[in-house]
Design a protein around this ligand. Structure first.
Ligand code: 5AD
Ligand code: SF4
Length: 435
């Protein structure tokens, strides 16, 4: 039976969220409608993440839970990076899986659904030269802050990471496609565009780089804010840094993963920077945009990491005074060089380091948030808050801000910050800013 309803469940990074939205639009264009719950859907797409340990096991157990009490099951599509990594093996490991579709093959999803309804179990993990983006319908719906993937894949081969294998080589979408999509999103109500890519700052089209693209998107009516993530220190060029000082709509926030503060570990990770070259980039950035908020990713317990290496990580955290950060315990990923390195770090040591790192980062996050109390800022309203009458907005520095207001998602408000915790700010309305 041809499915009439679908549910897409996305895990992992923002690029998966974006892909999930595009797959929904693609299925919608086939006449299917989105179901609220997995239990009500004829087709369930699990859009998986492979970045950390037990990712495949988790995906298979999620698949197992799709079997219903009466023994029936929806049509099941395994998508995302686990699908890419497992390929046809996925069908052998779970008889519940009907479709295996990798991140570069989503344009074939409707066709694969049709094949599956005829009893086939199609697998497509190709990385074709033609772009899946060309097959997606125009954007008709947007969030106040909308994601737009501009670049995919990674050529950096950090020794711990599966991304170069699951998402393939670095590919940039063409300039005109991106600008058109940004306009469609603006017409559909987006006020903020978040440009996405595994190495977003490696984006280029002929001789134009990300800074050019940002300047162009800043000219689109309705778009008031621009962000981009995730950047690699090796691709952080002067033009992009300069754009932070020139383009008002470019928000004062940079997510620039460092991973470790120890040069010895950075070398073993095959990162192209040292602690000093990383700090030099941030110094230039702060010169261009003094109020910039900085964020990063950290891995603790990489093979061979000593207490001294870890102290260097704490030191860089103190030097940068991150406004936020994501921290991970090293997880050996099969097929990556680090997985077979000697001197893997015991779990209890990793856990202890993670806790100490998180404590240190939280101290800086809280100090950053508290420094905002009493100041005025503009926030973009995104959605209702937990309490009645409360809405949740975002500051330019990506903090969540709670306010009591009858404003709607997409409104931009002037607020005064009255309180801060390590996770969020509270504000009171000054006045509604002109749209
Ligand atoms: N183990 C732990 N963390 C990892 N990351 C990527 N691969 C691994 C791994 N094998 C983290 C990095 C990266 C973020 C997206 O996930 O910090 O920047
Ligand atoms: Fe993975 Fe390194 Fe590429 Fe980031 S830059 S996706 S951590 S290989």
């Amino acid at each position: 039976m041809t499915p009439k309803t679908f549910k897409i469940k996305s895990f992992g990074c923002q690029m998966n969220v974006y892909d999930g939205e595009r797959m929904a639009e693609l299925l919608g264009a086939q006449g299917m409608t989105a179901a609220d719950e997995t239990a009500e859907a004829d087709l369930v797409v699990l859009n998986t993440c492979h970045i950390r340990e037990k990712a495949a096991e988790k995906a298979y157990s999620d698949v197992g839970r799709l079997r219903r009490e009466d023994g029936s099951k929806p049509l099941v599509a395994l998508a995302g990076c686990v699908a890419q990594a497992e390929g046809a093996e996925a069908k052998r490991r779970s008889s519940l899986i009907d479709i295996v579709v990798g991140p570069q093959a989503y344009h074939r999803l409707p066709e694969m659904v049709a094949e599956a309804t005829r009893g086939a179990r199609p697998v497509d993990t190709d990385m074709p030269a033609i772009s899946k983006f060309d097959a997606f319908p125009a954007r008709k719906r947007a969030n106040p802050s909308s994601f737009l993937t501009v670049q995919e894949g990674c050529d950096k081969f950090c020794t711990y990471c599966v991304v170069p294998y699951t998402r393939g080589a670095e590919i940039s979408r063409p300039w005109s496609d991106i600008v058109n999509e940004a306009k469609e999103l603006a017409d559909a109500g987006a006020r903020e565009i978040v440009l996405l890519g595994q190495n977003v700052n490696a984006w280029n089209d002929n001789s134009r780089g990300l800074a050019h693209l940002i300047r162009e998107i800043a000219t689109i009516g309705g778009i008031e804010r621009i962000r981009y993530t995730t950047s690699h220190p090796g691709d952080m060029n002067d033009d992009l840094i300069a754009a932070h000082g020139e383009v008002d709509k470019l928000m004062p926030y940079l997510h620039l993963p460092v991973q470790s503060g120890s040069d010895r570990i950075l070398k073993a990770m095959n990162r192209s920077h040292t602690a000093d070259t990383y700090l030099a980039i941030l110094a230039k950035m702060r010169a261009a945009r003094p109020d910039i908020a900085l964020s990063g990713d950290f891995i603790v317990g990489f093979p061979g990491e000593t207490e001294e290496d870890f102290q260097a990580t704490l030191q860089i955290v103190d030097e940068v005074r991150y406004a936020s950060a994501y921290t991970f315990k090293y997880s050996p990923r099969p097929g990556t060089p680090a997985a077979t390195m000697e001197d893997q770090i015991p779990r209890d040591i990793m856990e202890d380091r993670l806790e100490r790192l998180n404590d240190r980062i939280n101290t800086h996050r809280l100090a950053f948030n508290r420094s905002m109390v009493g100041s005025d800022m503009q926030i973009l309203i995104e959605r209702p808050g937990k309490l009645r009458g409360q809405m949740l907005g975002r500051s330019p520095w990506l903090q969540s801000v709670h306010v009591n207001t009858d404003a709607k998602p997409g409104d931009i408000l002037d607020v005064t910050v009255v309180a801060a915790s390590s996770n969020s700010l509270s504000g009171t309305i000054r006045q509604r800013a002109a749209a």
